[in-house]
Design a protein around this ligand. Structure first.
Ligand code: OGA
Ligand code: MN
Length: 287
């Protein structure tokens, strides 16, 4: 229902906003347009106080943005609702992890290693620790805009390989969540190639589309040249002025646009529970 109390407020410098006064479980068309607009304008938005967001309601709202991805990590999907991936350090009665405990503790863009990567991801905080466990977001429009003209020209027509199985950054090799896929699951994920610079299909703006998590090399360059160019692009992407750090509140539904942002989870004291439900909307093939 449109209540007239809807508000959008920028929290970061260029990206990151909060939306208050909307109920995603009962969202009319006007408020849907407001939320969608805020997502395009700010890249990542926290819709506050979603106390009634059942799995069914989260899935129904997410579907209004597009088709949903069923994540390859089948063992971490919410039973009965495979559209929901659990990001959690909870254990089931038999002691097994119910979800990815250390999901994404490196810079990445969700599932950039498939042909049609995620347009956006929606993460709903059911339980959060009293502090830490923030999520950082990097503005990849700003990363592109901040490159010097010669570099922009050099990368204009380059493409890069993205792969789940292999990873470029040493940091990611240590990521505990990597080991949770079976060989069969990994075999379902061949390498893909995407442009290094993509045009956002809705805003028309150019964004850098390489990430330390999944981008392994630039096509057509020597290993050394590829490594040094990727290193320079990664470095340019995470200037502090391009970053918004989200401090979670319980019942935030945070939506981020993977086409123009990277994100990075941060640690927390694992004696507290951090339990979240993620839905993922499939996007276009990057161009
Ligand atoms: C994700 C992810 C970050 C976090 O769910 O895709 O990267 O802070 N999560 O849990
Ligand atoms: Mn992620």
């Amino acid at each position: 229902m449109a209540t007239g109390t809807e508000q959008v407020r920028l929290l970061g410098r260029s990206i990151g906003a909060e939306v208050v006064g909307v109920d995603l479980a009962e969202l009319d068309e006007n408020d849907f347009v407001l939320v969608h607009r805020a997502l395009l304008d700010y890249g990542v938005i926290a819709v506050r106080d979603q106390t009634n967001l059942t799995p069914e309601a989260q899935i129904a709202f997410s579907r209004r943005l597009g088709d949903l991805e069923i994540h390859v990590a089948a063992h971490f999907l919410l039973p009965g609702h495979p559209e929901i991936l659990q990001i959690s350090n909870k254990k089931s009665a038999d002691g097994a992890a119910v979800g990815f405990e250390e999901a994404g503790r490196y810079w990445h863009s969700d599932i950039s290693y498939v042909e049609r990567p995620a347009m956006c991801s929606l993460l709903y905080a059911l339980e959060i620790p009293p502090s830490d466990g923030d999520t950082m977001f990097a503005d990849m429009y700003a990363a592109y805009d901040g490159l010097d003209g010669a570099t922009q020209k050099r990368i204009a027509d380059l493409t890069a390989v993205h792969s789940y199985a292999a990873s470029f950054a040493g940091e990611t090799a240590a990521g505990a969540n990597r080991a949770t896929l079976t060989d069969d699951q990994k075999a379902m994920l061949p390498e893909v190639v995407h442009p290094v610079v993509r045009s956002h299909p809705e805003t028309g703006r150019k964004a850098l589309f390489v990430n330390p998590g999944f981008t392994t090399r630039i096509v057509g360059l020597s290993d050394d040249d590829s490594r040094s160019l990727l290193g320079a692009l990664f470095k340019a992407s995470v200037h502090s002025q391009n970053i918004y750090t989200h401090k979670w509140r319980r019942h935030d539904l945070v939506i981020w646009d993977n086409r123009c942002l990277m994100h990075h989870a941060t640690p927390y004291d694992s004696s507290y529970i951090r339990h979240m439900h993620r839905t993922t909307v499939i996007g276009d093939r990057p161009v």
